[in-house]
Ligand binder design. Structure first.
Ligand code: NAP
Length: 248
């Protein structure tokens, strides 16, 4: 068993997951950098983590499939014997009209954005309950609170489920000193958002009272706070990180 705390971040090869990984390296976590396709980027994240004198490993798993989640947690148990933090971050937000969503797309989007978080949390809770401590942070979305503007309906619905998952796990985890919270980004500068059509981005920025798109650090800062002892009386909450867009 390793001495320092172990954190699993799903989808940590890019974007918000990467930003969280770099801050957790500063906090001296051993980090499992989960990724799906982008091995080179995941390895770059690990390199940066190691450069900060952090510790970690890249773990390839398409977490939309339970068999891969099972393999990942088997590895964590065997290799580290502990899991202190789970960040359910991996996600994908397509832009597609509601009428064009078919069953295949529904299953795919719900699997990546919601099912994966439920089953990763189930495995994590099993380890954390035995340890009598742990923290789970779910990365939700503004779309899960409002129903969304441009993102797809099934994505927004999945993120709404993330809010409910957070509350349910918080209730079940509390007696075991497992704290579960959600951080819901608004519009954050990442590959996903950079792929949006220019007019969509312009429209979104126009809706943000602070007047700018958020950075990955804006989100990672809040996640880092939730991992400090200063947040130890918070559980089952959803923190929007969105430049005030929720006021609209
Ligand atoms: N950016 C925003 O404005 C925004 C707003 C609201 C909510 N969010 C949420 O924040 C989270 C991170 O978003 P992001 O913008 O940082 O995304 P991103 O830049 O597109 O990166 C997505 C990450 O998730 C991983 N991933 C995707 N599908 C996966 C799968 N099936 N199994 C394992 N990993 C998978 C990707 O791995 P590969 O690189 O290997 O493909 C990548 O590391 C998501 O939950 C998203 O819904 C983002």
């Amino acid at each position: 068993m390793v001495n320092n705390k172990v954190a699993l971040i799903t989808g940590a090869s890019r974007g918000i997951g990467r930003g969280i990984a770099l801050q957790l390296a500063d906090m001296r976590y051993t980090i499992i950098i989960n990724y799906n396709n982008d091995r080179a980027s995941a390895e770059q994240v690990l390199k940066t983590v190691l450069g900060k004198k952090g510790n970690g490993i890249c773990f390839n798993a398409d977490i939309s499939k339970n068999e891969n989640i099972e393999k990942m947690f088997k590895f964590i148990s065997q290799e580290y014997g502990r899991l202190d933090v789970l960040i359910n971050n991996a996600g994908y937000a397509p832009i597609i009209e509601t009428e064009k969503i078919d069953e295949k797309s529904w299953d795919h989007i719900l699997s990546i954005n919601l099912k994966s978080a439920f089953f990763c949390s189930n495995h994590a809770m099993f380890i954390m309950k035995k340890a009598g401590q742990g923290k789970i942070i779910n990365i939700g979305s503004q779309a899960g609170i409002t129903g969304g503007f441009h993102s797809a309906a099934h994505y927004a619905i999945a993120k709404g489920g993330i809010n409910t998952l957070t509350k349910r796990l918080a209730m079940e985890g509390a007696p075991y000193n497992i704290l579960v919270n959600c951080v819901s980004p608004g519009i954050i500068e990442t590959d996903g958002v950079n792929a949006y059509p220019e007019e969509v981005v312009k429209d979104l920025v126009g809706k943000i009272p602070i007047g700018r798109i958020g950075t990955v650090s804006d989100v990672a800062n809040v996640v880092s706070f939730l991992l400090t002892e200063k947040s130890n009386y918070l559980t089952g909450i959803n923190i929007p990180v969105n430049g005030g867009i929720y006021m609209n």
